[in-house]
Ligand binder design. Structure first.
Ligand SMILES: CC(C)(CO)C(=O)C(=O)O
Length: 477
C-alpha cells in the first residue's frame, strides 16, 4: 500500500523491504481517495414498518453511528416523512426516545405478473422467455425520484411476500460486494431472491440472515414514525456462505454439506477435502477471512448496538434457529387467524392441542429429513414433535396477549406470510416424499379467510402496483 501525502522521509525510515517500489508521492489528498477504495459505512433499510424503524432507531442511537438511509416504497410515505420532523420514535415502557439524522429515499416496487417482472413502461418484457430481457437491452429502469447510488449494506425488513418486488426496485444499485441482511419470518425468501432477483451467482451480493424476536407494534396508529417496543427479544445473525466461494455448498441449498463420509468406500480411498480446515498450517487464516468487508461492517454495527441484543451464529445454527421459529409460527400464526384470537387462545384447549400435534408431526418429519441438516448432530431430539410442542406452548404463553403478525395482516386484508411458513413445510415435504396434508389444509384455509376479509373490506387491496398505489410491499410488523 502506498501512503499518500505523508512526508517521504518519515516513510522511508520504516521501509525495510528491497522489493517495494520506490515511494512516489501522490499529487494531493484527492489522489489518495482515488487510488484507495473508500469504504462506505452507510446502511440502507428497506421496509420501514415497525421492525425497520426499530432497527434504524437503534443503529443511530449508538456513539459514532453510521449514516442510515430509509427507503420508502410509496411516494406517500416519503411525502409524510418529508413534511414530518424527520425523526423516529421508539416507546419503551411508556418512555419515548427520539432519534434524528436519517436520510430518506423512495424506490417503487416493480410490478410483476405471474411471477414475471413487467417493464414499467408497459412494454412486453413479460412476453419474452427471458424475464430480464427488458433490463438487459435497455438497462435498469429508474423511475422519477429514485436514486441510482450504489447500496453497500442493506437491511430488508419487508414482509416475506414482498421481498422480491422490493429488491427488484433497487437491484441495479446492489453490487457483488454488497451485503443484504434478510429479517423475515418464515423460510424460502433467500431461495426466491436467488431465483428471481440474482440468478447469476457471479454478480450476486452477499447475504446475512437475521431472526428477530423483539415484540414491536404501532400502538400509536396516528403517529406514523413511532414504534412501541412491547417485548424485549434478541436478534440472531449469521453470514451465509456465498456460491462464489463454495459452489458445491450452495448449489441446491445455501447450507448443504460439502463433503460426506461414505463408510466402507472412504476408509479405503480417503476423501480429499475440498475445503480443508487448515489448508496452510504455516499461515493460519482467521475464520472470517472470506467474509466481505461490507458483511463484517454490518455485523459489527448490529453487534455493537445494545438495544438489539444481537448475537452472531454459524450458518448451521442460524438455520436451526430459523426452523425452530418456523415450527412455532406455523402453529400459532395460522391458528390465531382462523380463531381470530390472541396467541394465548391456543392454550388449555385439548381440541386445539390435537390440531397443533397434527401440524407439528408433519413439520418435525420434514425438518428431520432435510439434507442440509444431515450432518448436524442431535437433530432428531431438537426437532422431535414433543420438543416442538413444548416450544410452541412456551411462546404462546409468553406472548399470550399478542395479536400475531399473521392475524394483524389478515385483519387488515393484507397478504399473509403463510406461504413462507406452512407453505414452505408443504413444499419441502413434497420434495422429500413427506405428505403434509394438515399443513396444506391450514395454508389454504388462511388464504381463503384472508381473501374473504379482503373482499369484505371492499376488495380494495391490490398487491402489485407502481406509483402511489398500495403495491403490497408491506412491512414487517
Ligand atoms: C411468536 C409470534 C407468534 C408472536 O406473536 C410471532 O412471531 C408472530 O406473531 O409472528
Amino acid at each position: 500500500m502506498r501512503w499518500a501525502g505523508w512526508p517521504s522521509s518519515s516513510l522511508q525510515l520504516d521501509v525495510q523491504h528491497d522489493d517495494l517500489e520506490p515511494f512516489q508521492p501522490l499529487r494531493d489528498v484527492a489522489d489518495f481517495y482515488r487510488s484507495e477504495e473508500v469504504f462506505d459505512r452507510r446502511i440502507h433499510i428497506i421496509g420501514i414498518g415497525n421492525v425497520g424503524r426499530f432497527i434504524a432507531h437503534s443503529i443511530r442511537g449508538v456513539p459514532s453511528p453510521p449514516p442510515v438511509t430509509l427507503i420508502f416504497h410509496r411516494a406517500l410515505y416519503n411525502q409524510q416523512w418529508l413534511v414530518s420532523d424527520q425523526k423516529l420514535r421508539v416507546i419503551t415502557n411508556g418512555v419515548e426516545e427520539t432519534i434524528h439524522g436519517f436520510n430518506a429515499e423512495v424506490a417503487f416496487p416493480r410490478p410483476r405478473h405471474h411471477g414475471r417482472e413487467i417493464a414499467v413502461d408497459g412494454s412486453d418484457s413479460f412476453n419474452s422467455s427471458d424475464p430480464f430481457a427488458s433490463e438487459q437491452s435497455t438497462g435498469p429502469t429508474v423511475l422519477e425520484g429514485e436514486s441510482t447510488k450504489p447500496i453497500h449494506s442493506l437491511i430488508v425488513c419487508s414482509k416475506s411476500s414482498t421481498v422480491v418486488s422490493a429488491l427488484l426496485s433497487i437491484r441495479h444499485r446492489l453490487l457483488p460486494s454488497s451485503v443484504i441482511l434478510f429479517l423475515q419470518n418464515g423460510m424460502g425468501t433467500v431461495d426466491e431472491v436467488n431465483e428471481i432477483v440474482f440468478p447469476d451467482a457471479a454478480t450476486r451480493p452477499h447475504y446475512m440472515i437475521g431472526i428477530n424476536s423483539h415484540g414491536l407494534n404501532n400502538a400509536h396508529v396516528n403517529k406514523p414514525f413511532t414504534t412501541n417496543h412491547a417485548g424485549f427479544g434478541t436478534i440472531a445473525l449469521g453470514i451465509l456462505p456465498h456460491a462464489r466461494d463454495s459452489p458445491d455448498a450452495t448449489k441446491h441449498y445455501p447450507l448443504a454439506p460439502v463433503t460426506r463420509f461414505n463408510p466402507g468406500v472412504d476408509e479405503i480411498n480417503p476423501v480429499e477435502s475440498k475445503r480443508p480446515a487448515d489448508p496452510d498450517p504455516d499461515n493460519p487464516q482467521p475464520y472470517s477471512s472470506s467474509w466481505p468487508k461490507t458483511a463484517r461492517h454490518l455485523l459489527r454495527t448490529l453487534l455493537r448496538t445494545p438495544v438489539l441484543c444481537a448475537t452472531a451464529f454459524s450458518p448451521q445454527d442460524v438455520l436451526q434457529l430459523q426452523l425452530e421459529k418456523l415450527a412455532v409460527n406455523s402453529v400459532i400464526n395460522p391458528l390465531t387467524v382462523l380463531l381470530d384470537a390472541r396467541n394465548g387462545a391456543i392454550l388449555y384447549n385439548y381440541a386445539l392441542t390435537r390440531v397443533m400435534r397434527l401440524l407439528l408431526a408433519e413439520a418435525s418429519l420434514v425438518i428431520r429429513s432435510l439434507p442440509e441438516l444431515s450432518h448436524v448432530p442431535n437433530v432428531e431430539q431438537r426437532f422431535g414433535a414433543g420438543r416442538l410442542e413444548t416450544l410452541v406452548v412456551g411462546v404462546a404463553n409468553a406472548t399470550r396477549e399478542n395479536v400475531s403478525s399473521m392475524l394483524a395482516d389478515a385483519r387488515a386484508g393484507r397478504r399473509t406470510e403463510i406461504d413462507y411458513m406452512n407453505g414452505w413445510i408443504v413444499k419441502r415435504g413434497e420434495l422429500l416424499g413427506v405428505s403434509c396434508v394438515t399443513n396444506f389444509m391450514i395454508q389454504e384455509l388462511v388464504k381463503g379467510k384472508t381473501r374473504m376479509i379482503s373482499h369484505e373490506l371492499g376488495d380494495n387491496v391490490p398487491f402489485v402496483g407502481v406509483h402511489g398505489v398500495d403495491d403490497g410491499t408491506g412491512e414487517n410488523h
